[in-house]
Design a binder for this molecule. Sequence first.
Ligand SMILES: Cc1cc2nc3c(=O)[nH]c(=O)nc-3n(C[C@H](O)[C@H](O)[C@H](O)COP(=O)(O)O)c2cc1C
Length: 186
Amino acid sequence: MHISDAIRDRRSTRRFTSREVTRDEIETLLSAAVLAPNHKLTQPWRFHVLGPEARYAYGLALGNRKAKKIEDPAAANTMRENVAKEHRALPVMIAVAVADTQDAEAREEDYAAAMMAIQNLSLTAVSLGLGTHIKTGAIMNDPAARAAAGVGDGYRIVAVVNVGEASEAAPAKVRQPASALTTWMP
Ligand SMILES: Cc1cc2nc3c(=O)[nH]c(=O)nc-3n(C[C@H](O)[C@H](O)[C@H](O)COP(=O)(O)O)c2cc1C
């Protein structure tokens, strides 16, 4: 597949079929991820591939946060359990962590490199007939979510990427054309 076709066809995929994503495919995605540019070759990324138990535990951590906003205890419990089960049902969930340096410049560059790695992963997924969905948010700092993903001290989760075969074709979201966002300097 040509790279421009992969860029064009990529979508954030929220619903997946039951098609299994093989370990080989996951390794192909991660091998593409580590080819991303990274300043000073810090290779700041760490990939945590969550199995079903870990996905359930991560989902439970997220469900607990959502449940705190619900007054009715039965409804809160349902929320907790539903979110946990939804995560367990995901074909693949990869937490991407980076070194948690306090140096502002290195922190920004490592974060940028990790996002480039995720884009490599996402475009390679398209070439394998797979969709991806990048998820972020406060959950990434939740101790229970970090523990579920196996992320230890000295690293912070910067995104979780869900991977699987899309269950439906999604239209591209409309973007402003580059020409409207570009300044050509003499
Ligand atoms: C850094 C980053 C964080 C994101 N976080 C979330 C998220 O927490 N939840 C979510 O539903 N989508 C998240 N997305 C996906 C965007 O919402 C999505 O890329 C955007 O709507 C454009 O749609 P498309 O990817 O299908 O082109 C994130 C994307 C990026 C790049």
